[in-house]
Design a protein. Sequence first.
Length: 532
Amino acid sequence: MRSRLASACRRAPTFLAVLAAATALDPAAASAIQDVDPAAVDAVFADIDADVPGCAVGVYDAGEVLYANGYGLANADYGLPITPQSVFYLGSVGKQFTAAAVLHAVQAGHISLDDPVQKWITEMPDYDAPVTVRHLVHHTSGVRDYLTLMSLAAIAIETPMSDAAVTELIARQEGLNFTPGDRYLYSNSGYFLLAEIVERATGSTLRQYLEEHFLGPLGMESTRVNDDRREPMPNRVVGYRVVDGELRMDHPWTFDKVGSGGVYSSIEDMARWDRNWFTEEVGGAGFSEALLQRGVLNDGTELPYAFGLGVREYRGAPIVEHGGSLMAFRSQLLRFPEHEITTMVACSFPTADAGARARRVADAVLGDRLEPVVADDAAAAPTGAAMDLPDAPPPSLTDEQLDRFVGAWRASMGIEIAIEREGSNLFFLQGPQRAPLRIVAEDRVALPMAQIDMRFSDLRDGRYHHQDVTQGPSSFTAERIGAGDEADWSQYTGTYYSSELDVTWEIVVTDDGALARAAAGPERTLGYVSPD
């Protein structure tokens, strides 16, 4: 089993994107640590004080807990500390649960990966090319992201919506982002619809299906597929962010959509999930390897996204991973199948950078079993070891230097991103996600939360050549969209109604720039991308 999975992982190319039944933890298990230095793991979280929101970490050996700990507060109201039993919202780490349920249902004969979506979601319109279950799994469907649609419809994420209302919002879209299979574009709608398909095909909700076939048999008693926002949850961690120097709750209390996320779990329970990867107690022989089936585009390009899992390499070792991010929560599951070691990090504050911490924990645990870190010649700083970026303050760049990064970009596999500037700060945008970029040098920025470290130094034929410094020789190109155009806002002012979103927006020009206003929600500042 181990050799098959390691071989499958090695076949994956490096991906620049963007984007877990063990015994209960007890003193005897903790004392069995051989290669894990607890102090080295704890050092990764040394910046978290006991009286602030924090993180939990787990290190698993084929699903057996080698080390687990908690840092910071689970609940500021009661001063409760984070422990390995604390239950975190995992965000998109939950997609691997949905994908596992889909694969299980496929093997049981309920669903075919080649089923058109309309077979199960009859509300969906017929598009020019069919969208299949397989397209949804690999984010190649072109179906528009429902979180983005909610934002465009001026619906706050905190607004309670029924599953039927979200399905209707998706189905009201008269077109797709692209022809299914032509491109990869991460879409939460795809995994929300997969949860609906599981329910309609099997008669069980995604929660019921996972509890019957996975969570129950694996003894994952603390894991919840949160499809009822009113339901209490023992040991639940509250998410927080700092606003104007004060702690404020930033928690998905009213958000109960599943499939795209919705899973709450603890470090202890995720060890049980991880163990099934190696034992295949649920799913049977070959189940984990089947989860590594990667998507393939219409032109034959093989993607590094499998069944709710990214397949790539880190310091020369095959890895299987996925991160999660919603409101204040950040999480990362990072598995090294070849070494049978997994690190799991879950955090309750938005600047936690769970992905980087999971890698730093892996560095501490696996040490010289991974390839050495390669020095970055340009910045004379080591990279590759969990984005070990220079400790020096970011350089002070001129407006002109900062504006070199600003704009809309279309990168490899059709991924579209944008970089915005606020004063001397840069922000990375993809779909509904917005995250701060770290300025490393005049020609280099990093997105620590997604392990992206890139340079903009090489301009060829109107395209910047980005190099993923973290992953060594791997690189991709990204082309500006609308580069060199200037916005004439006067041609856009007016009132617009979208039947697909059932919302009216007004675009106005003020001394502060162009603004978009809807009846509900705050004003939005508009940025210029291209004439259309």
